[in-house]
Design a protein around this ligand. Structure first.
Ligand code: HEC
Length: 147
């Protein structure tokens, strides 16, 4: 029931944000014609990144090992894509939205749809909070060598 309400709120947010996002993505496309400009679909619209917070990355690593490692490795393809370099090929907002809102991403986001067509297994929501997703992102940044 709670989830149903969340879904309705989310759909409302998506519908009302739709025209803005279209305009934004059209102007982004003029400058940068690939998925790196894409923030995806979900609760994370914009985040600011600073220098690596190694304590946060440590937390992210623990969550990743518990909830994500069944499907992901860094150096090689597994059930899902190898995650090495993911912070270079996707925006931080996109990564967090993929973690927090995978089913809608897989249904509507062009990049995620293409991944699903390749990997054929839908990534599932792992009951991750926004703070936990942010910690995982910090871990990915650290793996990718951000300072
Ligand atoms: C059931 C297996 C599974 C689990 C569990 C899972 N994923 Fe995924 N993930 C996938 C698959 C498969 C894809 C590719 C898209 C698709 O087919 O759904 C993917 C895609 C991704 C992507 C996009 C990769 C890229 O190259 O753009 C990221 C980031 C990601 N997952 C992170 C995570 C994180 C973080 C967790 C843990 C919270 C997680 N995944 C848990 C299967 C999984």
């Amino acid at each position: 029931m709670k989830q149903g309400i969340a879904a309705i709120v989310l759909i409302g947010a998506v519908l009302s944000g739709c025209s803005d996002r279209k305009a934004a993505s059209e102007s982004a496309a003029k400058h940068d014609n690939n998925s790196v400009s894409d923030v995806g679909i979900g609760p994370v619209q914009r985040i600011e990144l600073g220098a690596i917070d190694s304590r946060l990355a440590e937390k992210g690593k623990a969550i990743f090992e518990q909830k994500c490692a069944a499907c992901h490795k860094f150096e090689e393809r597994y059930v899902g894509p190898a995650l090495k370099g993911v912070t270079q090929r996707r925006k931080p907002e996109w990564i967090m939205n993929m973690i927090l809102n995978p089913s809608e991403m897989l249904e509507k986001d062009q990049t995620a749809k293409e991944l699903l067509a390749t990997y054929l297994t839908p990534m599932t929501f792992q009951d991750i909070s926004k703070e936990q997703a942010r910690a995982i992102l910090e871990y990915f940044r650290q793996v990718d060598g951000a300072k």
